[in-house]
Design a binder for this molecule. Sequence first.
Ligand code: ADE
Length: 229
Amino acid sequence: MEIDVFTLFPQAFEWFRAQRHVANALSTGLRLECVNYRDHTPLNAGQVDDTPFGGGAGMVLRVDVVEAALRARYGRDPVELREDRRVVALTPSGRLLDEELVSELARAPALTLLSGRYEGFDERVLEHFASDRLSIGRYVLAGGELAAMVVCDAVIRKLPGALGHADSALEESFSEALEGAPEYPHYTRPAEYRGWRVPEVLLSGHHARVREWRLAQSRERAGKRRPLP
Ligand code: ADE
């Protein structure tokens, strides 16, 4: 898989690239690269943003700057690019990221993530260059970088070889194996701590009963924690 992140802060991704599961995926074929809008701006003095028409606070990432960066990277008109490549703009008003969307993105051969800054993008970026608009939650971040990292993190853990134990990604919260429910609780040593005992069934060595107990716990959690309307 190849992932390109368009950002004004490529250095923010250095820490991310060094994380174990990302490093694993990078060594087994993932390509994760950053493109700095500022390196491709057609404007003077590295300008990338401007004040909003109609007034108001903040700065808006310019459509011509985003086009120049996309053209420099892919050598084609970004209006056509989005027809055969997922070009995902990160914006608080986009589709909420969930496990289903993560799995869908993880199946794509290539992803482009566009991070916005300040007040976000000129709307024409979203309308004409993006194939998807994605939000990691209904709150506003100072920029799309953290959101892009969240998307990368969730997608990359689904790639073969990223997690040390391939099963970890199969049976986890919201997975098909758990019927979309949150994951069951985990315990490790010591078996008793301050009088708090690990459930006996987990110590029994009885795999079928452990499995049954875990599924029941997972279903119970699904019932208790109802999604917000
Ligand atoms: N950019 C700023 N806030 C964001 C959010 N909540 N999700 C995605 N991108 C963002």
